[in-house]
Ligand binder design. Structure first.
Ligand code: PEP
Ligand code: MG
Length: 922
């Protein structure tokens, strides 16, 4: 560790924007803003290295003396800059102590505001600011926050007391508080209505709670308060919600959070004070317009907590927000708004990206408290990236790297069918795109439970908090009654790519009764009706418009924007890997082409046998007791297969199509239920006993390692012969129609060279026959999957007998790790949760183990045939982290499900551009 603390203030800073790893996103942003002359209250950042050291040593050892010494020295410098002192009873300094990790984790880590207050300081503050009310409001907020985060006293304990006081205030005003629930009471008697003397009483009561709950007095020494808060911020890295968030976003556990200690400025000093958040461009659509929300006479936490509905920044947004004419910052404080607008332009030019800003106005003076690259929907990310290239702010390669490959999944989501009839219930804010239908649930726990039963649910909350994150994750969509576009629900849902309608004020939620009431208005805006929606009722959300509908509404496929198409052409030019699709039907093939697939990397032919009218022929084939009988049944299956292949070849118009011959064990095709067996006996005129006997014969204890893949064709060569005939006859038919075809015949589950050669002879024999009969020769490739460790180890030998290899990383993972694909779901999540595996190896390739076999096989294959065509067709072909590895192995292509094709194209471009030596930012 070098230095521990980095100072910023008065136009100078020790750190800068490049030091995100050390200072966290927030610390680096504060340093850089200070450097370029943006008004930032002075402060300092304690590095992430200190945090990591603190938790590695164990929190019981506390902060090192050297760290404390540097913090004290930095604090003295800040005190000098501010002309104030922590704990001073004339001119006290209050500070905020905030977390700030390398990657933004909104609301997941802890923050303590207004630190440095005790009884004497509160009085001094009251005198100085000429407002006792302000001073005691800050004091009670501080006790609540500090006790919750540092002393671990439940917030609810304080809320209960506050509620009692609110009742008293309401009673004095003659308001019917008894008829309201806690949420309503909070809204009708806001904090600003509680007078100073009541607040002073609350402070005393709060201190009593701390004493009862912890056995100690609330700490009155500001420096002791500071050490407590710094440690709590470091420790918040390990709270449960932060862990869940990191897992979802792939943020390493080892990073730790920096800690920012900064002089407080106050947005709650009256109507000339305010606080707000802003995005330099619209984070939902990407449109280049200043966008944000503010609250007069409030502290930052009030905006994100969603307790009060925030007002729009710009006049233009007043109507959409429904907050009334003249409610915007632009209208209320035009000068400050003008200054903020200039800072917006400067910051965006300086950082060359959309920024998320937090600001406070203290008695008419503007301060910036945060600036970081803003979270955005995938749609916004694409639009901003492309427009910034046009504006000359960034280059094409940077634009590609600005769009997270996995995020574009959101763009491929369906939207509501515009023509479908629907009953509008209410309209809220379009917080995160997508369209979903589901049953209403009111708690995160219910969301998780019902989703676990396979039921699609929509989580409805008055507002969400970090405790709800697991429920949001489980739900298809989120609806909140309160909170703006920057509320917790909006920010978190957007990050998850989950549909969200926020701030839907026409609904009121009653958790106890498990209902939401919706007030329906007529065209003139008069109250017309009230509707009850209970838990379990079905509603539909449209995240693009903020509309909420009763019942299910059909969806229409996603329409991709012109900007998306343009970005993808840049990505295509940048990538080296080709991207194919796993497609089993002509329809899949068409979808895949529309998404930009450059061929079919895997057609699993067994899927073609399951179809309604084909399955009886399949049964007949399996039950046949002689090769002749089997061939007769296969003759019935042949036209079906051939029709499908013709369809796929036509859709793929000249692109390569890899068709894999039958893979799964035969017993999978036989019915297992006795009722079905009886029906089958009738239909096939086979004695029931014989069917049962055959079923038993085919039964395997471990079918995944049993009679499947090419092993089927060793015992029943007629099956593969029929398939090869179907493929090549289809190819001849399509070629005869003037369409180019490039079939690639692939053999599954090969482990030895003799197996591969045996299958090759079979394929060649059938091909010769087909070409002789059709008088047409279609060049085709012959290859194998590499999906068993032995095949990977002996890939050099196999390469002599194959034109191409395709890594079947699903089976290769199963067999290398000894993890059953069918059963691992029961314990794999525990392995990932407990950090024993970094990720589910069936989703993201185990690079060291399974990847090691892939790398070995590539090397051996190229040793025999330097230009050997190598691809991958396991699930990992659509996973961005695995794609980086496949790129590094210089594979020719990855193949994945059609909907993942755009993700894979972009991920392949990322892999190429992130490579050492790439001129991505040139
Ligand atoms: C594989 O094993 O990776 C593969 C693509 O084949 P399947 O999933 O059909 O076993
Ligand atoms: Mg396989």
């Amino acid at each position: 560790m070098g230095r521990y603390v980095y100072l910023f203030g008065d136009g100078k800073a020790d750190g800068d924007a490049t030091q995100k790893e050390l200072l966290g996103g927030k610390g680096a942003g504060l340093a850089e803003m200070t450097r370029i002359g943006v008004p930032v209250p002075p402060g300092f950042t304690i590095t992430t290295e200190v945090a990591v050291d603190y938790s590695t040593r164990g929190p019981e050892y506390g902060l090192r003396d050297e760290v404390r010494a540097e913090v004290r020295a930095a604090l003295t410098r800040v005190e000098t800059m501010m002309g104030r002192k922590l704990g001073d009873v004339q001119k006290p300094l209050l500070v905020s102590v905030r977390s700030g990790a390398r990657a933004s984790m909104p609301g997941m880590l802890d923050t303590v505001l207004n630190l440095g207050i005790n009884d004497d300081v509160a009085r001094a503050l009251g005198r100085e600011m000429n407002s006792e009310r302000f001073a005691f409001d800050a004091y009670r907020r501080f006790i609540m926050m500090y006790s919750d985060i540092v002393l671990h006293v439940r917030r609810g304990k304080f809320e209960e007391l506050l509620e009692t006081i609110r009742h008293q205030v309401a009673a004095k005003k003659g308001l019917p508080a008894n008829q309201w629930n806690a949420e309503e009471l909070k809204r009708r008697v806001p904090d600003s209505d509680i007078p100073a003397d009541e607040l002073e009483k609350i402070v005393a009561l709060f201190k009593g709670v701390v004493k009862t709950e912890t056995g100690h007095d609330f700490p009155t020494d500001p420096e002791a308060q500071l050490w407590g808060a710094v440690r709590a911020v470091f420790e918040s890295w390990n709270n449960a919600r932060a862990k869940t968030y990191r897992k979802m976003h792939g943020i390493p556990e080892s990073w730790g959070t920096a800690c920012n200690v900064q002089s407080m400025v106050f947005g709650n000093l009256g109507d000339d004070s305010a606080t707000g958040v802003a995005f330099t461009r619209d984070p939902s659509t990407g449109q280049n317009r200043f966008f944000g929300e503010w609250l007069p006479n409030a502290q930052g936490e009030d905006v994100v907590a969603g307790i009060r509905t925030p007002l729009p920044l710009r006049r233009e947004g007043e109507e959409a927000a429904g907050t009334g004419e003249g409610s915007s910052l632009e209208a209320k404080m035009p000068d400050v708004f003008g200054e903020l607008g200039k800072i917006r332009d400067r910051l965006e030019k300086h950082f060359r990206d959309m920024q998320d800003l937090e600001f406070t106005i203290q008695r008419g003076k503007l301060f910036l408290l945060q600036c970081r690259s803003g979270k955005r929907t995938a749609r916004a990310a694409v639009r901003m990236a492309v427009e910034m290239v046009k504006e000359g702010l960034i280059n094409q390669k940077e634009a590609i790297l600005r769009v997270e490959p996995s995020s574009i999944d959101q763009l491929l989501h369906p939207a509501l069918d515009p023509k479908a009839p629907k009953q509008l219930l209410a309209r809220g804010l379009p917080a995160s795109p997508g369209a979903v239908t589901g049953q209403v649930v009111f708690t995160a726990e219910d969301a998780e439970r019902r989703a676990g039963q396979g039921i699609g649910v929509i989580l409805v909350r008055i507002e969400t908090s970090p405790e709800d994150v697991h429920g949001m994750k489980a739900a298809l969509g989120v609806l909140t009654a309160r909170g703006g576009m920057t509320s917790h629900a909006a920010v978190v849902a957007r990050g998850m790519g989950k549909c969200c309608v926020a701030g839907c004020s026409a609904i009121s939620v009653d958790y106890r009764e498990q209902v939401m009431m919706i007030t329906i208005y007529d065209d003139e805006g008069r109250k017309k009706d009230t509707l009850r929606v209970k838990g379990g009722d079905v509603i539909t959300l449209d995240g693009a418009t903020g509309s909420v509908y009763l019942g299910a509404v059909p969806t229409a496929p996603a329409a991709l924007s012109d900007e998306f198409a343009e970005l993808m052409t840049w990505a295509d030019a940048a990538r080296k890997l080709r991207v194919r699709a796993n497609a089993d039907t002509p329809l899949d093939a068409r979808t895949a082409r529309n998404f930009g697939a450059e061929g079919v990397g895997l057609c699993r032919t067994e899927h073609m046998f399951f179809d309604g009218e084909r399955i009886p022929a399949m049964w007949e084939m399996i039950l046949a007791s002689t090769p002749e009988a089997r061939e007769k049944a296969l003759d019935k299956l042949l036209p079906f297969q051939q029709t499908d292949f013709v369809g796929i070849f036509r859709e793929m118009k000249g692109l390569p199509v890899t068709i894999r011959l039958l893979d799964p064990p035969l017993h999978e095709f036989l019915p297992h239920e006795s009722e079905q067996l009886e029906r089958l006996a009738l239909e096939t005129k086979t004695p029931l006993d014989e069917l049962k006997k055959r079923s038993v014969e085919l039964h395997e204890f471990n079918p995944m390692l049993g009679h499947r893949g090419c092993r089927l064709a060793v015992t029943y060569p007629e099956i593969y012969a029929m398939q090869v005939r179907a493929i090549l006859e289809a190819a001849c038919e399509v070629a005869a129609a003037g369409i180019e075809v490039h079939p690639e015949i692939m053999i599954p589950l090969v482990v030895t060279r003799p197996e591969l050669d045996r299958m090759h002879e079979l394929v060649e024999r059938v091909a010769k026959d087909v070409f002789a009969r059709t008088r047409r020769t279609i060049p085709f490739l012959y290859g194998t999957m590499i999906e068993l460790p032995r095949a990977a180890l002996l890939a050099g030998d196999l390469a002599h007998g194959a034109d191409f290899f395709s890594f079947g990383t699903n089976d290769l993972t199963q067999t290398t790790m000894g993890l059953s694909r069918d059963d691992a779901g029961k314990f794999l999540p525990a392995y990932v949760d407990q950090g024993l595996f970094p990720a589910d190896p069936f989703q993201s390739l185990d690079i060291e183990g399974v990847g090691g076999l892939v790398a070995h096989a590539c090397e051996k294959a190229r040793g025999v045939k330097p230009a050997m065509k190598l691809g991958v067709c396991g699930e990992h072909g659509g996973d961005p982290a695995s794609i980086r590895f496949f790129h590094a192995q210089k594979l020719d292509y990855v193949s994945c499900s059609p909907f993942r094709v755009p993700i894979a194209r972009l991920a392949a471009a990322h892999a190429a551009l992130s490579e050492k030596g790439s001129d991505a930012t040139a």
